[in-house]
Structure formats: C-alpha cells, structure tokens
Design a protein around this ligand. Structure first.
Ligand SMILES: [Zn+2]
Length: 256
C-alpha cells in the first residue's frame, strides 16, 4: 500500500498559448516519460462529488467544465467516459467528511474488488490548508493504490483545493477550471509531464531541450500568474496529456 501526494505549485515559469489540435486516439508514452504513470482505476467511470456546501455555483460549474473536458476527450478518443459526475449539468454532492483530516485515507477505500465503486472521489475546499501540505500547492490529489501489472490499481482518492493561500482576497487567484483539469489528470493516474527535479523516467522541466509538448500540457507542474495575480488558463488537454491518458483507459468500460 502506498500513499502519494501530488500537487501543483505556483510560480511564473511559462505562459503557453492554447492550441486546438485534433484528438489523439493512440496510446503514447514517450520513452523519457516512462515513469509518469502513477496507477489506474480498475473500472471506469470514476464517480466524483463536491463536498456539500463547499463550492458556490460558479466554482461548481468550473469544476464541472473540467470534468466534461476529460469526458469529451475520452468519448472522442475511445468512446468511453472516465468520470461520472452524477446528474448532467451539475456534479453530485457528498456529505462525507474529509478522510485526510482524520489521517486515515487509505483505510477508507471506495472500491469493492476490482469491479465496483462503493463511494465517490470527493473534492474539498479547504479554507485552512494543512501545515503538512506544500504551501505553494494550489491543490492536492491524494491517492491510494495497490501494486499490479502493468500499472498499480487505485482504490481511493481525495482532491483538496487550497482556499487559504490561493483564490481568496489578498492571494493569487488561479483559474479553477485549469487547476481542476490538472488535478483530474492526477486522478486518472497521470503524473506531471516533467518535474523540476531529477526523477527516473521523468523529464526534467529545466532541461533546455525539453519537448515543448510537455510545457503546454495540462500536466505541466506549474502555473503562471499575471502581474495582478490572475492565474493562466490551461483549460484544454494537449497531445501529451491525451496520448498518456489513452494508455490507461480506452476501448471498453473495464480496464482490468
Ligand atoms: Zn500536479
């Protein structure tokens, strides 16, 4: 059993322009990204929920739009949807308390065997960000998984969004839809397109010859802000995100 934390951090590195290319339908993990898959869910779609009362209508619609972007992509690439937000148009809510606050997330799995979900991946707004979390992370997706071949299998996940150090008055304001799109990438099992540190099977973001596809990707680890503190928009999945994601979920509803 392993516990990992994945997050985005805030610094002004790059300001990509969005591009609209055709949808990637093939599985493509470039050799220098061989270590950038964390795990996969054994079955899709993954049920997601907003923690009850946390998000206003505008925030909920941003989160819903990010989820739709993933589903629209997978529908086009593989005729599947990977996220189940509940009723169309709005994401279901959950009254479950945050399992991370109790420190027992991996004891609260939401899978029954490898075939059935028994709960939702809940998205929480934290007005008090844990001192144990990276303070420059705008959000964290925490997952639990079991070793399996070819990829470990998720059985639990939680998404938390940092409304202490970001989003609120007097702080930088990220583009929520872009941040959630990125976090949903982690939820699917994608790690960052590159890392600022040396890591096996992962490109170094500081490599001057870094593939530009990795920089424009949603899964690039950092987001920039303009001088007034407004975060950049990266609301689309790019070819590198799409190619890697296709290796995890394609072809049928079951991905055992
Ligand atoms: Zn991240």
């Amino acid at each position: 059993m392993a516990l990992i934390q994945l997050g985005t951090s805030a610094c002004a590195l790059y300001n990509p322009t969005s591009s609209s290319k055709s949808v990637v339908k093939e599985c493509n993990i470039p050799s220098d990204q061989s270590g950038t898959i964390t795990a996969k869910w054994p079955v899709i779609p993954i049920p997601i929920a907003l923690h009850q009362g946390d998000f206003d209508d505008s925030e909920a619609s941003s989160i819903s739009a990010a989820a739709s972007t993933w589903n629209t992509f997978f529908t086009a690439s593989s005729s599947v949807t990977t996220l189940d937000p509940g009723s169309s148009g709005s994401i279901r809510t959950s009254s479950n308390s945050n399992p991370r606050q109790a420190g027992s997330i991996c004891a609260q799995g939401i899978m029954q065997g490898n075939t059935k979900f028994t709960g939702n991946v809940v998205i929480y707004k934290l007005s008090k960000w844990s001192a144990n979390y990276p303070q420059n992370a705008m959000a964290l997706t925490t997952t639990c998984f079991l070793q399996a071949t070819p990829y470990p299998k998720f059985y639990m996940a939680v998404m938390e969004i940092n409304y202490q150090n970001f989003f609120v008055s007097g702080t930088k304001v990220p583009d929520l839809q872009s941040i959630v799109l990125h976090e949903l990438g982690h939820l699917h099992g994608l790690n960052h397109s590159c890392e600022a540190t040396t890591k096996s099977g992962t490109p170094n973001c500081n490599d001057p010859n870094l593939n530009p596809d990795y920089i424009v990707a949603s899964m690039f680890p950092t987001f920039s802000f303009d001088p007034s503190g407004i975060g950049e928009q990266k609301r689309d999945l790019q070819s590198n995100d799409q190619g890697r994601a296709n290796c995890l979920y394609s072809g049928s509803g079951s991905t055992n």
